[in-house]
Design a protein around this ligand. Structure first.
Ligand code: ADP
Ligand code: MG
Ligand code: MG
Length: 892
């Protein structure tokens, strides 16, 4: 239906067991809206409300900040819907309906956008709320909270100014905690707040409830484009075009006394994945009090209480009936959503309401445990289990851990909020983190973090906070980023002015080294040794299922024995790309290659290459041994020769002395070899053709190595590929050179050396001419880095307008990270099909950076490629992503 259509639906209502929205409507309702509609329709208690769709947000930004015409009427109808179910009227002075106005995008963006509670209160309705509930303190507490939120979020008066007013009243009254304030104090706070707003804004806080509602909705749509939300989307690759929905929800109150409460919980432990009801709540509190760290929250379950070493009574102990009901909701939601849930709830005078549910963010360790457990509990099948683990997140499991054998001095302990180990120097502000991270690893120490710290958290190797629990901002954000995090380290006392910190008896200052383990929650003095991770336990189970499910082969980009071994350990099925030039940069070898470049006569060239031959031969032999039984795909020399020449005067001088030539000669060669656009210059197969002696040497090295390894009983599968080709002629010339070397060796040694010949596809012409290339190439390895550069005409190193292009919605994601399916992808598809039209058995794969990126792997699987090749640490990620691709593509 067109957006201009008369009957276009901008608003969806839910309540009293019926919902207009359903679970297929995530894009329209946003995650929070979807959860509310869905919970309502399966009989979980939620306060009634309605959702203004994300389409309104995108309409607003697309139409010069105008709302759709009929929206007003639809909002009024939505309010009527709530009034009917609740039996109260918005703005009624005797018994007012209050609502919250809540943001909610397609994917959760924790704390990045705004929510306003208790809307509908003014000087008159607050009296009605008091008389109706008989609870004066509650009424005025709600009112002062509302003015504060509205003043901050809608009117733009800084939060800190309100805090000052509040603190002033507290000081005067001589109290420390908010709950100690009497009604009279609260009234004083309200007067102070109102005065503050008038002073700062020149007009009064609005008493008209309709005006409050309009302005609040407007502010929430506006919060989609606040700077921290934009930053968050850029970091997390969330398109700016999605927009947020706005949810209007009837208020329920957790601050009505001791039988009321509010809380947040995970249906399982989000750090470890254990099946423990895990969460925190506060009696007589509202909304964000739990996460804001104002009071120390209590644990929901006894198990959680034990795990967190809490001395306060759990909900299971102090509100057993409520606990029972909540626990039933927990099971219902997990079964219904087939995943671990993150829920927000409020208890109003003994009655439970759910305010939010969504799939919970979790550590990678928790993700694999939950997936395996849910399968074992019969809630999901293997395919679903595989899809519950985010391939990018398992990076965390591949990261270093504190060496259990390392000597360490424990400084302090906090909650193990996000796993992994880190060492770094201490910083105390997000800004300092950003500045200092350029010079080396930093660890960010805060009282607690707020959304403004997001950039600093991103560059820090780890985050430690003094306050907050497992659900605090720091914990949630760090888990999402895969950075280690420790929260609630009460012993840590920071002096922000002096930039010092004390952990009990130990005092440290900015720039001092510490280490941390987000797995144990321990903080150590100085740099502590860390160790490589291992694939075991539930992780191993998931990887086994992934290998049973995936169709794609996973190979590695590796040239050093260390990388090759790592790749094998992580399950690589061969090497898809050996970049031979990487073997030249060793100080001993670079001299030989420089000699070759500087040589004048053929004789000199041959001699220099003869020096390189033994190095290359033994390197290749080593790789064949490590990859025993698997293919090793070697790319002939790729970069332009000037990359090997010295750059500084000092280096030129040294080289001249070392190989006994004049500095002038070197300088002359640098000038001759200089290229205006080296990316498009004499490199790849062009170089191999114009300097055939290099190709001869490499061919000889590869075949000799294969022969030697085979003699020692290794199963060798050498593959040679030609970089940057655009025609059959080019690869034919090089194949002839290689074949000649091979024949000579075979004859001299009376052996047979089989090898597979193929080409890289990195240029649009190669895609166009794929049919002729496939006449002699047995595999196509797509070098998607260069293919992206040459198809888009954008140099990866000069992509300074990347963010600008993302912000303008030109690219949803960076085409150098995620394959550009519409452009580069089309060329690849064409190339594969043209190649296969000539050679049915043509083997195809990706060896660019994209080969380890889940969305690009999905693409490779969808178009029927045979393999992807990526860096060793991405091998497990690629194995899992390939399995998910197989599951997804099977469904299609
Ligand atoms: P966020 O996206 O930041 O979590 P929410 O819209 O979920 O923001 O609101 C934050 C908190 O405010 C909720 O967890 C809940 O405790 C409280 N809240 C929101 N709406 C209501 C409501 N209608 N009644 C009571 N509490 C509410
Ligand atoms: Mg919420
Ligand atoms: Mg290339």
């Amino acid at each position: 239906m067109s957006l201009e259509d008369e009957n276009h639906k901008w608003v969806y209502t839910y309540g009293a067991g019926k919902a207009e929205g359903d679970r297929t409507m995530r894009n329209l309702l946003g995650g929070k809206g979807l959860g509310l509609h869905d919970m309502c329709s399966i009989g979980v208690p939620v306060p009634p409300g309605f959702t203004i769709t994300t389409e309104v947000c995108t309409y607003y930004y697309d139409h010069n900040k105008q709302y759709p015409k009929r929206l007003q009427g639809d909002i009024q109808a939505g309010m009527k819907h709530i009034e009917t179910i609740v039996g109260k009227k918005f703005g009624d002075e005797a018994d007012p309906l209050l609502v919250s106005v809540r943001s909610g995008a397609r994917v959760s963006m924790p704390g990045m956008m705004d929510t306003i509670l208790n809307l509908g209160l003014n000087d008159k309705t607050v009296v009605g709320l008091h008389t109706k509930t008989g609870n004066e303190r509650f009424a005025y507490d709600s009112y002062r909270r509302f003015i504060q939120m509205f003043g901050d979020i809608v009117m733009g008066v800084p939060h800190a100014d309100f805090e000052k007013v509040l603190q002033g009243v507290k000081d005067k009254a001589g109290v420390k905690q908010d709950p100690e304030l009497t009604t009279e104090h609260l009234k004083e706070v309200i007067t102070g707040y109102k005065k503050l707003i008038t002073e700062k804004k020149g007009h009064e806080f609005p008493q008209d409830v309709q005006e409050q509602l309009q302005q609040a909705i407007h502010a929430v749509f506006g919060s989609w484009n606040n700077p921290r939300a934009i930053t968050y989307r850029n970091i997390n690759d969330i398109p700016h075009t999605w927009g947020t929905a706005v949810n209007i929800v009837a208020m329920v109150f957790g601050n009505m006394g001791d039988t009321s409460a509010t809380g947040v919980a995970f249906t399982r432990n989000p750090a470890t994945g254990e099946k423990v009801f895990f969460g925190e709540y506060l009696v007589n509190a509202q909304g964000e009090d739990v996460v804001a760290g104002i009071r120390t929250p209590q644990q929901i379950s006894n198990a959680g209480k034990e795990a967190q070493h809490s001395d306060l009574p759990s909900m299971e102990e102090s509100m057993p009936q409520m606990y029972k009901e909540l626990n039933e909701v927990r099971e219902k939601l997990e079964k219904h959503n087939r995943d671990m849930q993150d829920i927000e709830f409020t208890i109003q005078e003994g009655k439970l309401y759910l305010l939010q549910c969504r799939n919970g963010k979790r550590t990678a360790k928790a993700a694999v445990k939950i997936a395996v457990d849910l399968y074992n509990e019969g809630i999901i099948d293997k395919d679903q289990a595989l899809c519950l683990v985010d391939p990018n997140a398992i990076n965390q499991l591949l990261h270093r851990q504190i060496d259990p054998k390392a000597k360490k001095t424990i400084l302090s302990r906090g909650l193990n909020a996000s796993p992994g180990a880190a060492c770094g120097t201490i910083v105390f502000t997000a800004e300092d983190a950003e500045n200092k991270a350029k010079d080396g690893p930093v660890i960010l120490l805060r009282e607690e973090t707020s959304p403004d710290d997001i950039n600093g958290m991103h560059v820090a190797k780890g985050v430690i906070t003094a306050r907050g629990g497992m659900t605090s901002h720091a914990a949630v954000v760090a888990r999402g980023m895969g950075a280690p995090c420790i929260t609630g380290c009460g012993e840590m006392v920071i002096n922000f002015e002096k930039k010092t910190v004390s952990f009990g008896k130990t005092d440290l200052k900015e720039g001092d080294w510490i280490s941390m383990s987000g797995d144990s929650g321990e903080i150590y003095l100085g740099k502590v040794d860390t160790i490589e991770p291992q694939i075991s336990g539930d992780f191993e189970t998931i990887m086994k299922w992934a290998d049973e499910t995936r169709r794609l082969h996973i190979e590695a980009n590796a040239e050093t024995p260390k990388d090759a071994q790592q790749a094998r350990d992580f399950g690589a099925q061969g090497i898809g790309l050996v970049r031979t030039e990487h073997m030249f940069f060793d100080p001993k070898r670079i001299v030989s290659i420089r000699k070759m470049i500087l040589a004048d006569t053929d004789e000199e060239k041959k001699n220099a290459l003869a020096e390189l031959l033994p190095y290359q031969t033994s390197d290749f032999e080593e790789l064949f041994k490590i990859m025993d039984g698997f293919p090793v795909t070697i790319r002939l020399l790729d970069p332009p020769l000037h990359e090997f020449l010295p750059k500084t005067d000092k280096d030129i001088k040294e080289l001249a002395q070392e190989i006994n030539v004049t500095e002038e000669l070197i300088r002359k060669r640098i000038v001759t070899l200089h290229e205006l656009n080296p990316m498009l210059g004499n490199r790849g197969c062009r170089l191999c053709i114009s300097r055939p002696e290099i190709t001869e040497m490499q061919g000889k090295a590869i075949f000799t190595a294969a022969m030697n390894a085979a003699k020692k009983g290794v199963k060798v599968y050498p593959q040679i590929m030609i970089p940057l080709a655009v025609s059959k002629k080019e690869i034919q010339i090089l194949k002839d050179i290689l074949d000649k070397e091979k024949a000579a060796l075979e004859k001299a040694n009376n052996v047979e050396i089989p090898y597979v010949f193929g080409t890289m596809i990195e240029l649009p012409r190669a895609c166009l001419r794929s049919a002729e290339l496939a006449e002699i190439a047995h595999f196509f390895s797509f070098g998607t880095n260069d293919l992206t550069q040459t198809t888009l005409g954008i140099s990866r190193d000069d992509f300074s307008f990347r963010d600008c292009y993302k912000d303008n919605g030109i690219f949803d994601s960076d085409p150098f990270a995620v394959i550009d399916e519409e452009g580069v992808g089309e060329l690849i598809k064409m190339s594969v099909s043209r190649g296969k039209s000539v050679q049915k058995e043509l083997r195809t794969g990706i060896c660019g950076e994209h080969g380890g990126e889940p969305k690009s792997i999905q693409f490779a699987d969808a178009i029927g490629m045979d393999y992807v090749s990526c860096s060793p640490f991405r091998i497990p990620i690629a194995r899992l992503a390939a399995a998910q691709a197989a599951v997804q593509n099977k469904k299609k």
